[in-house]
Design a protein around this ligand. Sequence first.
Ligand code: PLP
Length: 439
Amino acid sequence: MSHVFPRHTKSSLPTVAKGDGVYLYDHSGKAYFDGSGGAAVSCLGHGDRDVTDAIKAQLDQVAFAHTSFFTSDPAEQLADKLIAHAPEGIDRVYLVSGGSEAMEAALKLARQYFVETGQPQRRHVIARRQSYHGNTLGALATGGNEWRRAPFSPLLVETTHISPCFEYRGKRDDESTSDYGLRVANELEAEILRLGEDAVIAFVAEPVVGATAGAVPAVEGYFKRIREICDTYGVLLILDEVMCGMGRTGTLFASEQEGINPDIVAVAKGLGAGYQPIGAMLCSAKIYAAIEQGSGFFQHGHTYVGHPTASAAGLAVLTKLTDGGLVDKCAVMGAKLQSGLMQAFGQHPNIGDIRGRGLFHGIEFVEDRETKRPFAPERALHKALKKETFEAGLICYPMGGTIDGKQGDHILLAPPFIMEDRHIDEIISKLQTAIARVL
Ligand code: PLP
């Protein structure tokens, strides 16, 4: 009997035995194309020697030293490299162990910034209904996924949620795409005014929504208007790039494609690429200065912040993404995957939307393409899709329709940036097999 506490206590999973390039293998020797990198983690695929060598070398030097006593070379170098590629104005890096931790640090830093600058009355955070920001209580409160929140709602800090920017589901027939973007962005202004002009700490959003919605980018102009509203009311803009950052959308930071700069940005998943648990919260010079000139102490911390071995892994990964040209490769392969998916499934009667950027794609399934009516939730189509794709030797990340009670089931594809043209055919043919079995 296993003593591991699994996520799903009623299901039994194969045991992973090996990873090599774009494939994972179980103990029976079956190969699985890692089409989602777990959930957008394994951007370099598996068994990358540059990264494993960097980790081993660091372990031979020093595995860990607490940040109350030391900084470390890999942490310093990783921070420098992140800042060299970060959005304008971003100047400092706080290294943590994952995405939820990065978001917790972001929320606490935003609040402390206003305490240090004499605005302690600011206490509200605004986020969007279609979002996931992590599973720790602060991050969970910020996320808008009702199913994830429900059992813990009495423990969650009150956060208000506005509409997402989701063209396929949200745009009315009588409005243009840009009018739609402005309409939903303006909900932020209305919410700030409702809560009080000087009562809001931050607005939190994923530039390309991942797990809850399936790779949904905002429409052009949406984030520019959001930035404008934040500036008008002195509200900080926190971007959650835990899933969509680190090259996944074809640029190192997804926000680059929106033409705006955040005040705080969180990254994780692709930063460690699965080789080590690592995340980072990056903040602007203005926010750091407020702490430096104020109390001089960020009132936060975990034992493993700035972990040297995790930092060495992050540095090796980031070097491959930037200097090694893998972000550019992601953009090129992403365009090819997008057109392959459109060709194969663009007219499928039960596929309503194929969307995404870079190697980050969502496929939304509907019962009726004309009306966009989703399948009945009891059918749990996404679970059947997960099972059949896995059977066919393809890993993709499924999610059921939950948003405002009307979104369809979707699957998320986030394959490794090292994939080649032939892998596009492999993904498509395995998807075709699985979809035919399920529908
Ligand atoms: N934010 C986003 C956008 C995510 O997709 C996730 C994880 O899926 C998180 C935060 C939480 O990250 P972690 O699971 O590493 O704590």
